[in-house]
Design a binder for this molecule. Structure first.
Ligand code: ATP
Length: 248
């Protein structure tokens, strides 16, 4: 691990980069995961590297949806495990959701390493015989019949658009955590939380801890993703205007 000075203006982002690079060396993260993080960082830069007011509201809605679902599942990939395994454990505890590992660049070795990392951080991970239950040509089609297979709601931090669309076509609700409001994932999800995953997951957990069942049901009964996407884009445009004005 590189020592990053705490007073560095981009300390938090550099820490995450360092964590992901280490995870790649350990075989938890596929090299492509670093590229996905880079794309996320670029959008986070446009947001000012902070949780916007609309993302904070989306996080409350996400918590309500998790609490109201019959069979919620948190689908974890390499980036999520490397960045926030302990935060996933807290979210699982607060929401009662099952956790399943699902990988685009799937190998048995990576499945085992990610499962071990999650378990070491206190996550109760579903395992078993995966089946091709999602209509996709690649390995993200593989999932557990009693996990994502029966889920009515899937939380997909850092998803690719194909699977989000396929899950929606199967009649499931999808919550995406994605810094890119333009991605197919963000646009096809039932709800997109446009925020950095290590900021979003603890915020959702916090709401899960305080929302009553009645409040959660009421909030989850009418979810409209479009205003959240528009507000994320508006926040980015405002941020760009501030920077632009400062140049004049
Ligand atoms: P799509 O197929 O949905 O259009 P994509 O091809 O960009 O999206 P990926 O390459 O799988 O999908 O990238 C994953 C997404 O995760 C990217 O949109 C990126 O913005 C987002 N992302 C990456 N790192 C983070 C992070 N730390 N927190 C939140 N979002 C992130």
């Amino acid at each position: 691990m590189t020592t990053i000075p705490k007073d560095h203006p981009r300390y938090a982002a550099l820490l995450l980069r360092d964590r992901l690079a280490a995870a790649m060396r350990e075989g938890v993260l596929a090299p492509e995961g670093l590229i996905a993080q880079g794309r996320g960082e670029a959008f986070d830069y446009l947001l000012g590297e902070k949780t916007t007011e609309s993302a904070a509201r989306a996080e409350r809605v996400a918590a309500a949806m998790l609490l109201s679902a019959r069979r919620p599942v948190i689908s974890v990939n390499g980036n999520t495990a490397a960045l926030c395994a302990h935060q996933i454990a807290a979210l699982q505890e607060a929401s009662g959701a099952a956790v399943e590992v699902n990988l685009f660049h799937r190998t048995e070795e990576r499945m085992e390493k990610i499962t071990a990392l999650l378990r070491a951080n206190g996550v109760d991970v579903l395992t078993g015989e995966s089946e091709r239950l999602i209509p996709l040509a690649h390995d993200r089609a593989l999932c557990l019949r009693d996990g994502i297979g029966v889920a009515d709601l899937v939380l997909v931090p850092l998803e690719d658009g194909d699977r989000c669309e396929a899950l929606r076509a199967m009649g499931k609700d999808v919550i995406a955590i994605d810094l890119n409001p333009l991605s197919r994932t963000a646009r096809t999800a039932t709800l997109a939380v446009v925020d950095e995953v290590t900021r979003a997951v603890p915020a959702i957990t916090g709401h899960c801890r305080v929302l009553s069942a009645g409040e959660a049901r009421q909030i989850a009964s009418s979810v409209d993703n479009t205003p959240f996407l528009k507000e994320a884009l508006a926040a980015m445009m405002r941020h760009l205007e501030v920077i632009n004005d400062a140049l004049e």
